[in-house]
Ligand binder design. Structure first.
Ligand code: 1Q0
Length: 215
């Protein structure tokens, strides 16, 4: 039993984890990256069971990364950079079609990476939103601009239904447990550049190695 599951959620703590993701030489630490996602999933679960098909997939992917980090080759999975080098040099990635390595670190992390772009877009919309802004619209816009292009019709449909179940902005801000709206906005302003940097560093690495379309 994990006590953390019972603790009151604070979004600031979760987003702070992404701050610690980047090392001095701009490598992305997988343990911290995964911890960040864990916190987000916990937040999503607190919003209700409509989101469980989304969190299930996120949890599966988090678990794959945790397994890599606890296996024999754990040390190669310390950072995204070392993982990419290790898996490519040893031919452990399906590059053109699915087949031998459905749980490669590279393809699994790519899915989380794409979701991080959604998060960045959504949080930026929340940050600049006004009292009467609709969370479901902000969420759907962010989704359509990012993750949607990688999802088949049926998932896009299901995601759209889930978005309608999102609580309104006031409740959302409350569940974040950061303080009054001004403080939420300030916190988001602090956190976003860091999330964005983690995203950019990963994007450039994947692009350099032609890994952005891994099946
Ligand atoms: C709060 C509302 C959350 C809305 C999340 C938007 C994402 C919708 C994604 C829906 C799809 C999930 C079902 C499975 C998809 C997979 O097919 C797909 C590809 O993987 P594969 O193995 O089939 O190639 N998987 C993915 O694209 C990964 C999706 C991961 C989504 C992780 C979302 C976790 C989210 C957390 C949320 C947090 C809320 C933070 C808000 C904080 C600010 C208040």
């Amino acid at each position: 039993a994990d006590n953390k599951e019972d603790q009151k959620f604070c979004l600031r703590e979760v987003l702070d984890v992404f701050k610690s993701c980047l090392t001095e030489n701009k490598e992305v630490v997988i343990d911290h990256y995964v911890a960040g996602w864990r916190g987000l999933v916990r937040f999503m679960n607190s919003l209700g069971s409509v989101f469980s098909f989304i969190s299930k997939d996120a949890v599966t992917k988090i678990q794959i990364m945790v397994n890599h980090r606890s296996g024999e080759n754990a040390k190669h999975y310390a950072t995204i950079q070392s993982m990419v080098k290790y898996e490519l040099e040893n031919g452990l990635v399906d590059l053109t079609k699915q087949g031998s390595f459905p749980t490669s670190g590279c393809r699994t992390l790519l899915r989380l990476h794409r979701a991080l772009r959604w998060l960045e877009l959504f949080l930026e919309r929340l940050r600049t939103s006004t009292e009467d802004s609709k969370t479901c619209v902000m969420c759907a816009d962010a989704y359509n601009e990012s993750l949607a292009q990688y999802h088949p019709w049926i998932i896009r449909k299901a995601a759209g239904v889930a978005f309608f179940a999102l609580p309104g902005r006031p409740t959302f801000f409350e569940v974040m447990n950061v303080g009054p709206p001004e403080q939420v906005v300030a916190m988001l302003g602090d956190a976003l550049p860091l999330i964005s940097e983690v995203y950019q560093v990963t994007e450039e690495l994947y692009s350099k190695h032609n890994l952005l379309d891994l099946p």
